[in-house]
Design a binder for this molecule. Structure first.
Ligand code: TPP
Ligand code: MG
Length: 303
């Protein structure tokens, strides 16, 4: 896998990932749009730069463990996994299909590279705690990363894990909260207020950093720095825009759990392309290097 080291490439790849999310959701005719688009910058920085992993050897012992606790944002996880080489990109078109390895919520035994099965919210941080404690006791350097939703944190189980990690000073545990202020049926602060979230984690004996989760520069620096986290577990509160990159989805919780219709997908794709052109200008050239799924679909291009 080729690591992406400059911001321009990472920003562009995040847009390609957004295109692939839209293409796979339109094809699936069901699934979640807002969370995957909002977290695309973070997952791109992680999988293309920060995470220690080998897509060709998904069971490599030295790998970091990445746990997708908010399993419903798997269209994003699948898109970064395909683009980093865990499986052929065209398989993204099987999202949510009967018998596919890309289930609507991740199934660990179906797809190499998934560390856990997820979907039932609130479990991932506990699983991460177990892994992190085991690495610590074995004196191993592996890091454990956990992606959590903010609405997910209405689950009591999540806070048991927060206490546990604080008690055991699991400095090898790095959690990321998608702080997008939406959940399945509304604004998080109306459904079950979470603020001040940073103060809660500090009180539970965590290191906390709050960032703009859609600013690639900030995201990259924060996640790289997180590798040297010391003393306590680390919570990265990533303020993101749900539906980021697609104007008619941005900030609207109704897009939590529905896919774009084909005509909406076209509009979304145009908008994502326009941003790519704004960023690079030379998008035809870079599209050859970072070929999005819809181009493979149309032209039968390379895998
Ligand atoms: C234990 C459990 N209860 C309920 C659900 C249904 N559910 C799926 S996603 C979701 C909302 C989660 O909100 P958030 O984590 O903020 O996700 P976002 O809408 O931001 O993607 C709910 C309630 C579930 N998957 N698991
Ligand atoms: Mg949310």
């Amino acid at each position: 896998m080729k690591k992406l080291t400059n911001l321009k490439d990472l920003r562009f790849m995040a847009q390609v990932i957004r295109e692939d999310i839209i293409t796979s959701l339109v094809e699936a005719k069901s699934g979640h749009s807002a969370g995957p688009l909002g977290m695309a910058d973070i997952f791109t920085a992680l999988y293309f730069n920060v995470l220690k992993h080998n897509p060709k050897k998904p069971k490599w012992e030295g790998r970091d463990r990445f746990i997708l606790s908010n399993g419903h944002i798997c269209p994003l996880h699948y898109a970064v996994m395909a683009n980093t080489g865990y499986f052929p990109k065209k398989e993204l078109l099987t999202l949510r299909k009967f018998g596919s390895r890309l289930q609507g919520h991740p199934h660990r035994e179906a797809l190499p590279g998934l560390e856990t099965t997820s979907g039932p919210l609130g479990s991932g941080l506990s699983q991460g705690c177990g892994m992190a404690l085991a690495f610590k006791r074995d004196r191993k350097k592996n890091l454990v990363w956990v992606s959590c939703g903010d609405g997910e944190q209405d689950e009591g189980n999540h806070w048991e894990a927060v206490m546990f990690a604080g008690k055991h000073k699991l400095s090898n545990l790095i959690a990321i909260t998608d702080r997008n202020y939406i959940q399945i049926d509304g604004d998080t602060e109306k459904v079950m207020p979470l603020d001040p979230l940073d103060a809660k984690y500090k009180a539970f004996n965590w290191n906390v950093v709050t960032i703009d989760g859609n600013d690639m520069n900030v995201v990259l620096k924060t996640l790289q720095k997180a590798r040297n986290n010391k003393g306590k577990p680390l919570m990265v509160i990533a303020n993101t825009i749900p539906g980021k990159g697609v104007d008619f989805m941005e900030g609207d919780y109704h897009w939590h759990g529905k896919p774009p219709k084909p005509e909406e997908g076209e509009i979304a794709m145009d908008e994502i392309h326009a941003e790519e052109v704004r960023q690079r200008g030379d998008w035809v050239d870079v599209h050859w290097r970072f070929q999005p799924l819809h181009m493979l679909k149309k032209k039968g291009g390379r895998k």
